[in-house]
Ligand binder design. Structure first.
Ligand code: FMN
Length: 362
């Protein structure tokens, strides 16, 4: 345990400093769009737009121009979030595993984003892609200190710089794709925040010697959870599930209601078509997948660099299933969620969450 006075740490991500040390996690497809990110940024946190699959929800998309429209919508969404929170800190979450990852990062920079958050693979080339935008803070998501070491070494050697923060996301509780390869690692205590956060903080302090904030993610809900992370040495927290069904959340009302009605026993971990585990709700679609009789909709965009459905016609088109979830289709959708989903019992307002955790809003 670190010596901790109970005072909130200052979360500094490069040149950007939100009022509160809380990042709302990027949630795709379009669960965290500009409305949610704008509301969080306005309340004093870091509001994050998930860049994945945005074209599908845009009137500009005509079925053939997926990659072009993605770029346009990323820029439009940042402008909208900034309109809601002109003084706020806005991030884009871009997943390394996407075919058009580099375009997402570039479009976010062109659109005036403050922070790029990047996981689902190691963002080893991120400094090169963002080289013309030195004010944009770069924050990789990792599950282990080993991954952080690899990123640090590569960035320092090739680009002469280090990340502006590390998000440690634990596979034990987080929603969405989990940063481990084998199913048994999802319950392995070596991947707990209690283990990895202090280890990564110690490595950064003692071996790297540069003040890089560590941000804890996965299974965090209230003030007590957040304070526990600060005592472990984290300078910030990232939360997803609690924000997914907020009033300002960008998903459909049906999506939010499905999360609100979910029980603890409805949460399962499946092997995603991307090849790694993912934590989801056990909906009819997931039950069919587990039983080996799911029927996939066609691959519509070749959106992932590794996809079992596109390559071998195994599993299902995850982009399509996530879009169906965003629209609130209980039968066909894939609903990502953290272990905390049973605590989502109503639509909260973003401001309420900040008041509950920090006592007041910005
Ligand atoms: C519906 C949903 C979608 C998500 N989509 C993404 C994503 O597109 N990219 C990503 O890096 N993380 C994604 N995540 C993970 C969140 O950003 C966040 O780190 C995680 O949910 C934290 O755990 P918590 O839900 O227990 O708070 C998603 C999580 C949820 C619940």
């Amino acid at each position: 345990m670190k010596d901790f006075s109970g005072k909130l740490p200052k979360l500094k991500l490069g040149k950007h400093e939100p009022r509160f040390p809380l990042i709302q996690g990027g949630m795709g497809v379009r669960i965290s769009g500009p409305r949610l990110a704008g509301a969080v940024a306005k309340a004093g946190g870091v509001g994050t737009i998930a860049s994945v699959g945005l074209a599908v929800c845009s009137p500009l998309y005509d079925g053939t121009n997926y990659f072009e429209v993605n770029k346009t919508v990323i820029r439009e969404d940042i402008a909208e979030a900034k309109r809601i929170a002109p003084e706020g800190v806005v991030a884009v979450n871009a997943m390394v595993a996407l075919t058009d990852y580099e375009d997402h990062v570039r479009s976010a920079c062109e659109g005036g984003v403050d922070v790029i958050i990047s996981g689902a693979g190691l963002p080893l080339k991120l400094p090169e892609i963002t080289a013309d935008y030195p004010d944009v803070a770069l924050v990789p998501i990792v599950s282990t200190t080993k991954a952080a070491r690899i990123i640090n070494r590569r960035w320092e050697k090739q680009f002469g710089r280090l990340p502006d923060g590390f998000i440690v996301e634990t596979p034990l509780e987080a929603g969405g794709h989990l940063g481990v390869t084998r199913p048994e690692q999802v319950t392995d205590k070596d991947f707990s925040l209690e283990h990895v956060v202090p280890e990564l903080v110690a490595y950064l302090e003692k071996e790297v010697g540069v003040d890089i904030p560590v941000i804890a993610a996965g299974g965090l809900w209230d003030r007590q959870d957040v304070m526990r992370m600060f005592r472990l040495g984290a300078k910030g927290v990232q939360m997803g599930t609690r924000f997914a069904a907020t009033v300002e959340g960008d998903a459909s009302q049906e999506f939010k209601d499905i999360l609100i009605n979910a029980k603890e026993e409805d949460v399962v971990v499946i092997k995603s078509p991307v090849g790694i585990p993912g934590r989801v709700l056990k909906t009819p679609f997931v039950e069919k997948y587990i039983a080996g009789r799911v029927k996939s909709k066609p691959c519509f965009a070749n959106c992932l660099s590794h996809c079992a459905y596109r390559n071998e016609r195994k599993a299902f088109c995850i982009a399509q299933a996530l879009v169906d979830a965003f629209r609130g289709d209980y039968e066909e959708g894939l609903f990502f969620c953290g272990t905390n989903v049973s605590r989502v019992t109503r639509m909260e307002k973003v401001e309420e969450i900040f008041k509950d955790i920090f006592g007041f809003v910005a």
